[in-house]
Ligand binder design. Structure first.
Ligand code: FE
Length: 257
């Protein structure tokens, strides 16, 4: 099994999983990079997984239908994406290319956002989390509430630490700059910033990250850590509860440069 990130637009990734014959892709906002990768490696497109309804996640569907044949498109039941697709809710299990993916409801960025977890035998699980969890950050709350996002991120934080985090954007360095403002005393965060800066300087991706890394550096997954709570309170959090801390962090981040 091979996991590949296909860069799209300016900072999106379309994730591809393949076995050298058949491939599935996640959140194809653009058909062109997917078609190029299929052609370059002689792969058959067998399935498409979608996490949210935004154009940068579904814009390539029309251009990939012919290549997909009668292969399935899976998407969130509580959002509208270009039909036809098989609607998924929390607890469903998607089968594609002979692999199983558990569906988790992770509302917050959008109202019906879902994530997919694949647990290969003897290897680290793989999480496709769209725009819910980013490395060092989380998606903007376009449709959901802070309480929903807090709950969604808590569920993702409960996945095994070695789980590979495959998110839909390369926002890591700007997220980590914000994280350092929230939590200047986090030594693990400083080390991770240096590691990610080195990767980007070489033109490499910072993803996939891991749940273990996110638990140690991502302020939105650390809403119960005293330094994070104190920073959130200083920014106007109404109380020290997880949702209130996340709400203050998210507001602060929206205006952070
Ligand atoms: Fe997006």
């Amino acid at each position: 099994m091979h996991l590949v990130a296909l860069p799209a637009f300016t900072d999106n990734y379309i994730w591809m999983l393949h076995d050298r014959q058949r491939a599935l892709v996640v959140d194809p906002g653009d058909a062109a990079p997917v078609l190029a990768a299929l052609d370059a490696q002689g792969l058959e497109l067998a399935a498409i997984l979608v996490t949210d309804h935004h154009p940068d996640h579904v814009g390539g569907l029309a251009g990939l239908r012919a290549r997909l044949g009668d292969g399935p498109v899976f998407g969130p039941a509580r959002e509208r994406i270009p039909p036809p697709y098989i609607a998924q809710v929390d607890g469903d299990v998607v089968q594609a290319c002979g692999w199983d993916f558990e569906v988790i409801d992770v509302p917050g960025h959008t109202a019906g956002h879902i994530a997919y977890v694949h647990r290969p035998a003897g290897r680290a699980p793989i999480l496709f989390c769209g725009d819910t969890l980013f490395s060092g950050g989380c998606g903007r709350l376009f449709e959901g509430t802070p309480a929903q996002m807090h709950h969604s991120l808590s569920r993702l934080a409960d996945l095994p630490g070695q789980t590979q985090v495959c998110c839909a954007h390369e926002y890591t360095l700007s997220n980590l700059k914000f994280a350092a403002a929230v939590e200047p005393g986090n030594a693990a965060l400083q080390r991770y910033i240096a590691a990610c800066q080195a990767l980007r300087a070489r033109g490499e991706y910072t993803l996939p990250s891991s749940i273990e890394v996110e638990r140690s550096v991502n302020p939105f997954m650390r809403c119960d850590v005293p330094e994070v709570v104190a920073s959130a309170i200083a920014q106007g959090a109404t109380d020290a509860s997880g949702p209130a801390v996340l709400a203050a962090l998210r507001e602060w981040k929206n205006g952070f440069r």
